[in-house]
Write a new protein. Structure first.
Length: 379
C-alpha cells in the first residue's frame, strides 16, 4: 500500500468524526441562521487545517461564503476547490434521518451531497501542508451555501476566482456507480407566460381568449423539442392558470426545465423557446430564461491525466457524467480545466437514504492529495 493511502486510512475515524460534526449542523439553503452556524464552524476549521487566510463574504439571504488560502507565496497558477455546504434537507430532518453508521455506510442529511467532499478536500490539503508537500501553487478553497438553488449569489465569485486557475476541483459526490464526473448536462429554467382575455364563461364566452387553450397548444410544441437521444430534455414541470370556475382564463404561467449536453444544443433550444409565437388570435406568449448553467462538455485528456496519477497511488478511477448541474458547469464553460464528482462515493443525494461509503473517504483523499502533488510533474 502506498504511503499516502496508508496515511488517509489511519485518518478514517477522524474524517468520520468531522463529517458527523458537519452533518449535525443542519444547513438547508434557505435557513441562513443555521447555515451560518456551520460556516462559523468551518471558518475555525480552515484555520485549524493550516489556512494562511480565511476571508468571509457576508450574504444577506443565504449563508456566508468562505475563501481559505494556503501557500499564497507560491508562484504557479492556483488550484481552486469548490464545495457547497448547503443541503436540500429542511431543518429538523435529522429527526427522521438520524446519523448512523451501518454496513460501512455513513447516513445523514447532506453527508453525500456534499459535506463528505468538503471533508475529503480538507484532509488532503492538510496532509500535504503538514508534510510540506504542497505543490508550488496557491491552493484556494471556496465554500459556498447557495448551490442547491442554482448559485445565484456565488456564480460571479466562482467565475472570478476560477479565471486564473490551473485546475478547478469540484468536490461534489461521485455518481452512484462511483465514477468522477467528466461531463454534466447544462440546464435552464424558463417561465412561459400566456396572456389571453378574461370574460364570463356563461354570458360572453365568445369574448374571451382562453389562455389555457393557447397553453395546451404551446405545451405540445414545447414537448416536441425533446431530443432524448442527443441528451436534450425539455420538461414542463409546473403550471398555474385561470382565476375562477366561471371565467375564461386570462393567464397561464408554466415552468420549464431544459437540459442539454452541448453549448450548441443549449443555444438552439434557447432560440426555439424564446421565439414561440401565439396560435390563437389576440393571445400573447412569452418565454423567459431564469437561472441557468451551461453544459460541462467532456475535455479530452483531463480524466486520463487524473487517472494516471491515481493509478500510481493504487487508486483506479472511472469516469461518467450526469444530467444534474454543479458549479463545475460555470468553470468548465469558461475553458478552465475542471474535474468534478471528486467527493465521496455513496447514494441517495436529495433523498432520505442519503449515505456515504466510508471507505471512499480515505480513497478519495488519497486521489486528491496525489493530484495536488503531481499534477505539474505529470505534464
Ligand atoms: Zn451538491
Amino acid at each position: 500500500m502506498t504511503d499516502l493511502l496508508q496515511h488517509f486510512i489511519s485518518r478514517r475515524a477522524a474524517m468520520l468524526d468531522l463529517l458527523a460534526a458537519m452533518v449535525e449542523r443542519e444547513s438547508f439553503t434557505r435557513a441562513k441562521k443555521h447555515v451560518d452556524s456551520l460556516v462559523n464552524f468551518m471558518e475555525a476549521l480552515f484555520e485549524a487545517y493550516g489556512a494562511a487566510s480565511v476571508r468571509r463574504y457576508t450574504q444577506k439571504d443565504v449563508g456566508d461564503f468562505l475563501l481559505a488560502k494556503w501557500n499564497e507565496r507560491a508562484s504557479g497558477k492556483p488550484f481552486l476547490f469548490l464545495a457547497h455546504v448547503d443541503t436540500v434537507h429542511p431543518i429538523g430532518s435529522l429527526a427522521t434521518m438520524p446519523i448512523k453508521t451501518e454496513d460501512g455506510r455513513f447516513y445523514g442529511p447532506g453527508a453525500f451531497d456534499m459535506k463528505g467532499g468538503a471533508v475529503i478536500a480538507l484532509e488532503a490539503i492538510r496532509a500535504l501542508h503538514d508534510r510540506d508537500q504542497l505543490p508550488d501553487r496557491p491552493i484556494h478553497f471556496l465554500l459556498t451555501t447557495d448551490e442547491e438553488i442554482g448559485s445565484p449569489r456565488s456564480e460571479a465569485l466562482i467565475k472570478e476566482l476560477a479565471a486564473p486557475c490551473e485546475l478547478v476541483l469540484v468536490m461534489e459526490p461521485a455518481t452512484k456507480e462511483g465514477t468522477i464526473k467528466t461531463w454534466r448536462k447544462g440546464g435552464g429554467k424558463y417561465t412561459l407566460t400566456i396572456e389571453g382575455r378574461a370574460s364570463h364563461a356563461g354570458i360572453a364566452p365568445q369574448e374571451g381568449i382562453n389562455a389555457i387553450i393557447e397553453f395546451a397548444q404551446q405545451a405540445l410544441e414545447i414537448n416536441r423539442l425533446n431530443d432524448l437521444k442527443y441528451g436534450t430534455s425539455v420538461s414542463i414541470t409546473m403550471v398555474e392558470g385561470g382565476s375562477a370556475g366561471n371565467v375564461i382564463p386570462a393567464q397561464v404561467r408554466a415552468h420549464i426545465d431544459a437540459r442539454v449536453m452541448t453549448i450548441e444544443a443549449m443555444n438552439r433550444l434557447h432560440d426555439a423557446l424564446t421565439s414561440l409565437y401565439p396560435k390563437m388570435p389576440g393571445a400573447k406568449v412569452s418565454c423567459l430564461r431564469g437561472s441557468h448553467r451551461p453544459p460541462m462538455e467532456r475535455r479530452p485528456g483531463l480524466f486520463e491525466k487524473a487517472a494516471a496519477i491515481g493509478e500510481r497511488h493504487g487508486i483506479t478511477i472511472y469516469e461518467g457524467g450526469t444530467g444534474g448541474g454543479s458549479d463545475g458547469n460555470f468553470t468548465a464553460a469558461m475553458g478552465i480545466p475542471t474535474l468534478d464528482g471528486l467527493g465521496a462515493h455513496g447514494d441517495g443525494a436529495h433523498a432520505t437514504h442519503e449515505h456515504v461509503i466510508i471507505d471512499s473517504l480515505p480513497r478519495q483523499a488519497t486521489l486528491i492529495a496525489a493530484i495536488l502533488k503531481e499534477w505539474t510533474a505529470s505534464e
